[in-house]
Design a protein around this ligand. Sequence first.
Ligand SMILES: CC(=O)N[C@@H](CCC[C@H](N)C(=O)O)C(=O)O
Length: 372
Amino acid sequence: MESLIQVRRELHEIPELGFQEFKTQQYLLNKISGFPQRFLTVTTWKTGIVVKIEGSDPSKTIGWRADIDGLPIAEETGVPFSSTHGGNMHACGHDCHMTVALGLIQAFTANQPKQNVIVYFQPAEEGPGGAEPMLNWLKSERPDLLANEIYALHIAPEYPVGTVATRAGLLFANTSELFIDLKGLGGHAAYPHKTRDMTVASSNLVLQLQTIVSRNVNPMESAVVTIGKLTSGTVQNIIAENARLEGTIRTLNAESMAHVKRRIEAICAGIEASFECEISIDYGSMYYEVNNHPESAKKLLDFAKEFEGANAYECPAAMTGEDFGYFLKEIPGAMFWAGANCDYGLHHSKLNPDEELLTFNKNFVEQFIRTL
Ligand SMILES: CC(=O)N[C@@H](CCC[C@H](N)C(=O)O)C(=O)O
């Protein structure tokens, strides 16, 4: 295989959205077919891939998960290997996650590990969620491909390369997508009294939704209600008949999630009454929290403390979501933030991680897995 940097750049050029990762899957399969095949079994599931490497003297199977989808963001990094799929970008580091995973397979096929290792290339992490259906398929059809212990990383732009940041217990939030459709009555811009204007209704709704966290959630707990997209109307001199809000809810437990949803429904009922409109709410996909198993998180942090160039950091929980949480619901393990040293954050059109992270994390994870 060419260098990890080259691989990451080639993957960066072809970002695809959840469950449409056809070129990505083919790219990964081509690379995997170039490695020595003697310990390998390769299985595909939808646009995902499961790669098993037989251990030399296994007492267990260690899982490593990499997510493979991109985001609907128009790239603005200006790098020569920018996305060739206009409007889509690897703006959450999944190109790096895949590259580290390929590097691991290359290392383990060159030098067989003691334990069995299974690498899961999982589709659709950004949405609608690939982990839960992939696990359901594994449990029902391929229990032989289930690991006994599982790990994953996520790049963290705010930390220097070499940072291994994690914690025992809750690392990432519960999430729920949020889609709200409003229907009123459109008409001529000069006759507002004959219409029911959904631009005005939806604007009020956005503002009222922002009171949930400040007024309804216990200040000693945490929650996020973000509306990332608001669309309404068609042209400047027509009053909007329809509007749509798209957002996400984040909480640290299931009870808070239910409470936030009850408040969203009550506020929508109020908007329906006050603006004489009809509202429908769709919660889209939901992700279970990422809850690190204490022993696995400790193993990672202890290993990082001894690993040259690593900086072990016991970090606070974040409101990020990750469907890796479904793996951790079934299998003991942990996720960590891997420093990527970049001025722009995740989901930004200028995210440009420091590629030093690729070799560092490939080596770190390879050596960590060899200790298990
Ligand atoms: C690591 C990361 O950024 N994950 C995403 C997961 C999104 C889940 C879902 N589509 C939602 O928006 O609720 C994140 O936005 O945290």
